[in-house]
Design a protein around this ligand. Structure first.
Ligand SMILES: C[S@@+](CC[C@H](N)C(=O)[O-])C[C@H]1O[C@@H](n2cnc3c(N)ncnc32)[C@H](O)[C@@H]1O
Length: 283
């Protein structure tokens, strides 16, 4: 089983730093960066200039270089992020982003490159602010395990299978190739991954189909198997839909993120490095 990292709010004793910070992680991060930048631009130059200026100049270190101020900035934001008990990946963001910003400023790329990056990111992540599920692909071992689950469930019948949030279509296309009599489809809300999956489907030599849309607006009643690789934030809502709409005897399979407080019928471990599959049988 995976170890589950507790949300920041659930940690037993909250340090004073955390009580001072806003609840949302992104606003905590922004505040920490601003506090450190204020320190660097206000307090630190005066102190360093008066105390260490001679030593630093004799070492050939230029106090007017932005790279020089980056190091103490990174130290301060890291200490604050650790004190605030931000998750590990946020601590890395605190370090990497300021370096990236200054590096990109010095490289001085044309504005069109940033615009292209913005458009690609928008098309890839689209309404993540609303769905709370970003794009990241599943693993081939997950596809194989899912195929095995279908083989066991089908018992020689053909199945209607839907991948809710099908990304670039890997899982659905794999299943459609292995089980040619099944009706396999995917629904994806973000235009770029959907367009990639739709083009790939044309050349896949299978009957797989991909729809651009929101799985929350379709009915699961006609489906025999629903597969999800989404995020912990939505599992409760998806489960409610499964309970209300799917027929008894049908399967709901979720990769990595189990339904909270519901015991799965089976837990399948596709490989040592890929996440578990939680299999729920609709009663
Ligand atoms: C973690 S990816 C999984 C991709 C794919 N199922 C796979 O196994 O490779 C989740 C995908 O769900 C999509 N998604 C999130 N919320 C959605 C929604 N409400 N309706 C349709 N797609 C959604 C995201 O855009 C993202 O591409």
């Amino acid at each position: 089983m995976h170890s589950v990292e507790l949300p920041v709010e659930a940690l037993p004793s909250q340090p004073w730093v955390q009580r001072l910070l806003p609840k949302r992680l992104w606003s905590q991060a922004l505040l920490i960066q601003c506090v450190s930048m204020l320190l660097m631009t206000g307090l630190a130059p005066g102190v360093i200039n008066s105390v260490f200026a001679f030593e630093l100049r004799s070492l050939g270190i230029r106090l007017d270089s932005v790279w020089f101020w980056l190091f103490p900035h990174i130290c301060v934001v890291s200490v604050l992020a650790i004190a605030a008990r931000m998750p590990v990946w946020w601590r890395w963001i605190h370090v990497i982003f300021p370096v990236a910003v200054i590096f990109m400023q010095q490289v001085a790329l044309p504005a069109t490159v940033y615009f292209a990056g913005f458009v690609i990111t928008l098309a890839l992540y689209w309404s993540v602010h609303n769905t709370r599920v970003p794009f990241y692909p599943s693993f081939p071992s997950t596809w194989r395990a899912m195929h095995h689950i279908l083989e066991q469930h089908a018992d020689d019948h053909s199945l209607k299978v839907l991948d809710i949030g099908s990304g670039i279509g890997d899982l659905a296309m794999f299943l459609a190739k292995q089980r040619i009599h099944d009706q396999v489809s995917g629904i994806e809300i973000a235009p770029l991954p959907w367009a990639v999956s739709a083009v790939r489907a044309l050349f896949s030599g299978t009957s797989v189909t991909f729809t651009l849309g929101d799985y929350r607006s379709i009915n699961f009643a006609e489906l025999d198997v629903v597969f999800a690789y989404l995020s912990p934030a939505v599992m409760q809502d998806v489960w409610q839909k499964v309970q209300q709409e799917m027929r008894p005897g049908c399967l709901f399979v979720t990769s990595e993120f189990p339904v909270p407080d519901v015991v799965a019928e089976h837990i399948v471990f596709p490989s040592a490095h890929s996440p578990a599959l939680y299999v729920y049988l609709k009663k």
